[in-house]
Design a binder for this molecule. Sequence first.
Ligand code: SF4
Length: 316
Amino acid sequence: MRPRLGISACLLGQPVRFDGGHKRAPWVAETLGQFFDFVPLCPEMAIGLGAPRQTLRLKAVADGVRAVGNRDGVDVSEALTAFGRQTAARLLAAPERVAGFIVKKESPSCGMARVRLYGDNGIQSREGVGLFTHELLTAHPWLPVEEEGRLQDPALRENFIERIYVCQRWWQLSVEGITAARLVAFHTEHKYMVMARGAIPYRQLGQLVATAGEGGIEALAQRYFEALMTALRPLASRGNHTNVLVHLMGYLKRQIVAREKHELLGLIDRYRLGGVPLVVPMTLLKHHLGRHPNAYLQQQHYFDPYPEALQLRNGI
Ligand code: SF4
């Protein structure tokens, strides 16, 4: 299971920037490159601007935002927008769909947020979104998209990678064919991941999936998938992870002795208070579940949401 990931080509070291250089992001290229198949693209090269080229800027106008050349004011908005629309359709079409995107921060084409926006009087704000990425997010609001800069934050990084793997599992299910039973099974396998986002999304998704079998499965599956991906976008808090851990520990209440319970609860509490990362109580919990296997829990992706080698739970 190797997810495909769209990516701004300059982040992989391709010389596509305005100055003929690149902005290689080592962690993305080297670490994530071991787990993902990248689909690099450069919107500005794709619309024929070439490298080197003049820089672009986002300009606020009466009816929206335009991308214009800094030197001659040439307006490339239509071309960038059209390329964004085409890419959003092409890369999300079966069978070789991407499960997410990594985009270059601050770019008037690729930036996801806080891109400099210029007004007539030259005053800047930081409210712009790159025109290419804007189209991507408009077409697929649920798609995991992150900037390379934000991926240096351990919590954002973990959340992003988790969502990519959920999306990839859904693509696999789509290839196998979605039935009511498979939809219920998929939901069951992701229950604790959703619970880590709070009681409300947990209840709402449960209610949605409970209607499987009552009507057309395709429309329901699409609604469910988009609701799931949207529910997983907020970071899971320590409090919610703690609730999940205590809940999971409940499955062991007859198997482990008082001393072991005390030890596990102590680690969960240290995690709750920020003293140790999530990997610490999870490791002990998984150790006990290894000794006392539980078929229901063994199907839960909460335990292994992505390859362990990424070590993402060491940082949250
Ligand atoms: S930020 Fe986007 S448009 Fe700019 S060089 Fe990188 S890939 Fe190309």
